[in-house]
Design a protein around this ligand. Structure first.
Ligand code: DNO
Length: 398
């Protein structure tokens, strides 16, 4: 595995010099200032590449390996104007990334909201903090703050009662914070909404069920994956996070069956998977080793992270907290063993992509992380601890 680190560009409080000290060898980044649907110009890509890699006289030793994300616009997801132009722009951006030597492109196909949490800094017993998704808090948001008309039908009576009680006990400040955590966009999310925007976006999805939404994803891939193959690029779709429907919207990349369907529908190696154990692992039926056995050859990028389910379960949805990388519901040692086997298989086949880029995904806020202005989920020390633990497992198994 190639050990990489997500860097949000020059505005990131963590610098390239800091990242060198973590022992990471590669960088995952994006042109975060550009909205979905616009072309990533060669000059802008070159500038980001130089910020990451340095100059020939003064190389940093790091390489820009993965573009995360080259975002898919809401217009493409809903197939509403100007989605055709956005696909043309996506193809142009892919050409420019390939010319700059970037090989891997991560994206997601989640409607409206990218990854979703209800609390960004829940205290842990040892004094650090973790991110959390609480289903009751989410129901409070849906039923009372967004006040989505059909929300009542989406939760069982017991959960609605819990949400009513919790809402009644919340201060205005807590309600504002909950709304901000859910819709203002977590790090890396390319869209930032207000409550009014979310309501308008929900309208745009009226009548789009799971089957149609999946067809939109396949239509998108039918346009971009053959070009990616010609350019030597690997596309990899990030799973839904959390991996179950929210706000009555369709979700189509939540488990192995979803990935099988979509990788078969456009059956090219360039149409691949971002294997995010933190997202997929929220489902009780997730089996990382079985997933890697089934679709290992299509995994182009790894997000290694762990979560632990807790609390109420309602129609397949649950609460969960982000746990230590080696703790939680996913067996990380078994996962890494299976990835190493997949890499050995690729080497034996002579594949040039035998070394799969991985990044320690998210981390707890620990020690000085709490004094450094930072992006929720992306602290320096918490992620470095995760990377160090994962690296130890890799070394032991190798
Ligand atoms: C969260 C990230 C996601 C991811 C996108 C990929 O931490 O994993 O924001 O970058 O969903 O498009």
């Amino acid at each position: 595995m190639k050990q990489t680190w997500r860097w949000f560009g020059p505005s990131d409080a963590i610098t390239i010099a800091d990242i060198r000290q973590t022992g990471a060898a590669g960088i995952v980044s994006a042109l975060h200032h550009l909205p979905p649907g616009v072309i990533w110009r060669p000059e802008e890509i070159a500038r980001r590449k130089a910020e990451i890699e340095g100059s020939p006289d003064a190389p940093t030793g790091l390489t820009w390996d993965v573009a995360e994300s080259l975002p898919v616009s809401e217009a493409i997801k809903t197939q509403s104007a100007p989605w055709r132009d956005h696909i043309t722009a996506y193809c142009e951006s892919m050409r420019h990334l390939a010319s700059a030597g970037i090989t891997t492109i991560c994206y997601n196909f989640m409607p409206v909201l990218d990854w979703t949490r209800t609390s960004l800094r829940t205290p842990l017993p040892h004094g650090g903090t973790a991110m959390r998704f609480d289903l009751i808090d989410f129901a409070v948001f849906d039923l009372y703050l967004l006040a989505r008309p059909a929300a009542g039908e989406d939760y069982a009576e017991a959960l609605r009662n819990q949400a009513r009680e919790r809402h009644g006990a919340m201060t205005e400040g807590e309600k504002t914070a909950l709304t901000a955590h859910i819709i203002a966009g977590l790090p890396g999310a390319m869209e930032h909404w207000t409550l009014e925007d979310v309501r308008a976006q929900l309208e745009a999805y009226r009548g789009i069920g799971s089957e149609q939404f999946r067809a939109h994803l396949v239509d998108f891939l039918a346009e971009v994956a053959p070009l990616a193959a010609r350019l030597g690029l690997r596309l990899c779709c990030h799973p839904d996070d959390p991996p179950f429907p929210l706000l009555g919207l369709p979700r189509v990349m939540s488990d192995l069956a979803d990935y099988r369907t979509v990788t078969r529908a456009v059956d090219l190696p360039a149409n691949g998977v971002t294997f995010c154990t933190g997202s997929l692992g929220v489902r009780a039926d997730f089996d990382p080793v079985a997933f890697i056995k089934a679709l290992g050859s299509r995994i182009h990028f790894l997000h290694l992270r762990n979560t632990r389910r807790d609390g109420a379960v309602d129609r397949g949805r649950c609460s969960f907290a982000e746990s230590d990388h080696l703790d939680g519901d996913t067996d990380m040692v078994a996962t890494i063993r299976a990835v190493l086997q997949e890499e050995a298989r690729r080497r034996a086949e002579g594949r040039t992509d035998a070394e799969i880029p991985m990044r320690p995904d998210h981390g707890h806020d620990l020690l000085d992380d709490r004094n450094r202005p930072g992006q929720p989920g992306y602290p320096l020390i918490g992620r470095m601890k995760g990377l160090a633990e994962l690296r130890g497992v890799m070394a032991a198994l190798a």
